[in-house]
Design a protein around this ligand. Structure first.
Ligand SMILES: Nc1ncnc2c1ncn2[C@@H]1O[C@H](COP(=O)(O)OP(=O)(O)OP(=O)(O)O)[C@@H](O)[C@H]1O
Ligand SMILES: [Mg+2]
Length: 262
């Protein structure tokens, strides 16, 4: 494991300053600032409707923010579309992975970025080898990369998507609830993978409902509530208990316990 002190003097690989987003008259995000350093994990937590996916969409180039700035390596950027964001090294793995079910794993790994030789022939053997190698490096034990991606578990599919982003040179990896649909063991695999991406120097933004998962890998925590940032704390300044309590709405949980008392 690498050392994970925060080094505020280095320029964040990505930074949001006062980002706001309106959908018509509805204010989904208000004055959000956050930054991600290389080799660090920033967790964005929040309940349903808090604005987590909206935040990702502004970063991924799907919905430009209405206010505020996005900076990459300290330079202001605007993303007209997801391709623009990708060109800046920002890769997003959505929860409903855009994978083609019946395609072999290796085909999926290289989807849209196929290696071709003379006359446009696919360099299949090479692509297979690279896929197998990358997955193995990251600790996924897959005997055959020719099986359809649909035959993989949800966790393995997340991992393939992460490995792919890393291989194609992502500098920032945004993960939208990668463990939401997974059991304990598979969540562990995905979290291990996030740590591996972090150790390779990638800046990770992890969106999650789960404070336990966040606390296992996070260097920094941002909690959203109704589009506003209600907590912004470095790892050393917040305990898992505090995070869990904040997530649960603190006092709200007490009154619920009271209401449900038997
Ligand atoms: N395209 C849209 N048009 C109008 N309102 C939207 C749109 N997308 C999201 N919203 C609203 O913005 C708010 C934040 O939604 P968002 O999807 O970002 O929440 P979330 O934190 O990702 O929630 P969840 O945990 O349920 O995924 C919600 O009230 C939602 O209804
Ligand atoms: Mg969401």
């Amino acid at each position: 494991m690498t050392t994970r002190e925060t080094t505020p003097e280095t320029t964040p690989v990505i930074e949001l300053r006062g980002v706001g987003k309106s959908y018509g008259s509805f204010r989904a995000l208000e004055d959000i600032s956050l930054s991600v350093q290389e080799g660090h994990v920033t967790c964005v937590l929040g309940d349903n409707g808090a604005g987590k996916s909206t935040l990702i969409k502004t970063l991924a180039g799907l919905h430009p923010p209405t206010d505020g700035e996005i900076l990459v390596d300290g330079e202001p950027v605007t993303f007209a579309n997801p391709r623009d964001a990708l060109n800046h090294g920002i890769a997003t793995v959505y929860q409903d992975l855009a994978v083609v079910g019946q395609m072999p794993v290796w085909r999926n790994f290289f989807l849209g970025q196929e290696m071709t030789g003379r006359f446009g022939m696919l360099r299949e053997a090479e692509m297979r080898d690279i896929t197998a190698d990358r997955l193995q490096c990251m600790g996924v034990d897959l005997k055959d990369v020719s099986v359809p991606i649909a035959s993989l578990s949800g966790g393995q599919r997340q991992v393939v998507a992460i490995a792919r982003a890393v291989y194609f040179g992502a500098r920032v990896l945004i993960l939208d609830e990668p463990t939401a649909a997974l059991g304990v063991k598979q969540s562990g695999m995905v979290l291990r993978f996030i740590a591996a991406a972090r150790d390779e120097g990638i800046g990770v933004i992890l969106i999650t409902h789960n404070p336990h998962h966040a606390h296992l890998v996070g260097d920094h925590f941002v909690l959203l509530n109704l589009g506003r940032r209600v907590l912004d704390a470095a790892r050393e300044d917040v305990t898992l208990e505090q995070l869990t309590l904040e997530m649960a709405g603190g006092g709200e949980l007490d009154s619920l316990a009271h209401e449900l008392e038997r």
